[in-house]
Design a protein around this ligand. Sequence first.
Ligand SMILES: Nc1ncnc2c1ncn2[C@@H]1O[C@H](COP(=O)(O)OP(=O)(O)OP(=O)(O)O)[C@@H](O)[C@H]1O
Length: 397
Amino acid sequence: MKPILEVQNISKKFLIQHQQLPYLSFRDKLSGLFSAKEATEEFWALRDISFDVQPGESIGIIGRNGAGKSTLLKILSRITPPTTGRITVRGRIASLLEVGTGFHQELTGRENIFMNGSILGMKHAEIKAKFDEIVDFSGTEKFLDTPLKHYSSGMQLRLAFAVAAHLEPEILIIDEVLAVGDAEFQKKCIGKMETVNKSGKTILFVSHNMAAVSNLCRRAILIEKGGLKKQGTVSEIIHDYQAASLGGNTAQWTTSAPGKSAAYISQVALHLQGTQPSHTLSVKIGIASQSRHKDLFVAYDISNSIGVPVLQATPKQQPFIKFSETEQIIETEIELPPLIPDQYKVSVWIGEHNTETMCWEKEIVAFEISESPAKGRSFPHSHSNGFIVPNSRIVNA
Ligand SMILES: Nc1ncnc2c1ncn2[C@@H]1O[C@H](COP(=O)(O)OP(=O)(O)OP(=O)(O)O)[C@@H](O)[C@H]1O
């Protein structure tokens, strides 16, 4: 099968203007004898990016701020041309980049739905058939005949996502924008993207929320300083990204799932200390919420590289915290048993009164055990069964 998207040696150069201002007195300025000199600097936001996307794949594009992810998506969506390189697209693309892109502020929600559909190459009747579903998903029914300029950014996002996801593009390109929506809508969007992907459509997804990327995507591409650092399975690329972020077994990033009522995790930091067989994992999470909660509980699930649950850590204090501020940091130390070498992923559950789930972020951060706890003993770890190698001794020798 031919790739639905072929990206060949894409580079993008921007020209950045700098003003070189000599020191000018007020009189100099008035006399106009001297003026600021303009210097132009070339900046390569992307360099020599090549990859193929097969029909039906869902690909995560990850990288630090300023790595070039949005520029790449803009080029793929034909919003901006590459400086050099070639793209071959074999399907209709719908993209959701910065909120508002592709929407007309003076037109109403209804008019924008039809305009976007026709830009996607759909007939009026086709758009009409999807119209109710779009309106229903976006929850903007009341404002359908209001010009878009009066919508909040969250409402614009809802409508834009609904249009992009329901108008049956062959390729759906989504940038970080989902962060604008509340937690409930984000979940709904991820669910919709999964459905779109399952129906055979291709998805390219940029996000800093690793839990969302690993839930949705099988494959990922790591962009670093404008170059394609690596492509591979989503778990492999997330692991590399984390390792590159802070080095070694420390990982940290800010998640982007601000919710209105439920709590969300605003930041995660993880550090692995000690040597085999006694490692301690320190996990620091920031919990943010716009409403007051008390008696919060937290639990950490640790699974291995293929997603098999290995451990659950439930710190003891009860009630756990009385939550009254907008953001609270919780630090937990987990004494790990002697685990076999692998890459482990940590999921975080936060609940109120120990029963109601407030937040459940899957595989939000990862760490790696590289040394075998069975070192010096007879079995190499590759022959071991199970995940834990407990201390054991022969007592009658
Ligand atoms: N129009 C432009 N003119 C000049 N420089 C630009 C322009 N657009 C983007 N850049 C630069 O190109 C680089 C890549 O930007 P881009 O927005 O693609 O990064 P990103 O990986 O999407 O970052 P983030 O995760 O913060 O959204 C940045 O250094 C940015 O400042």
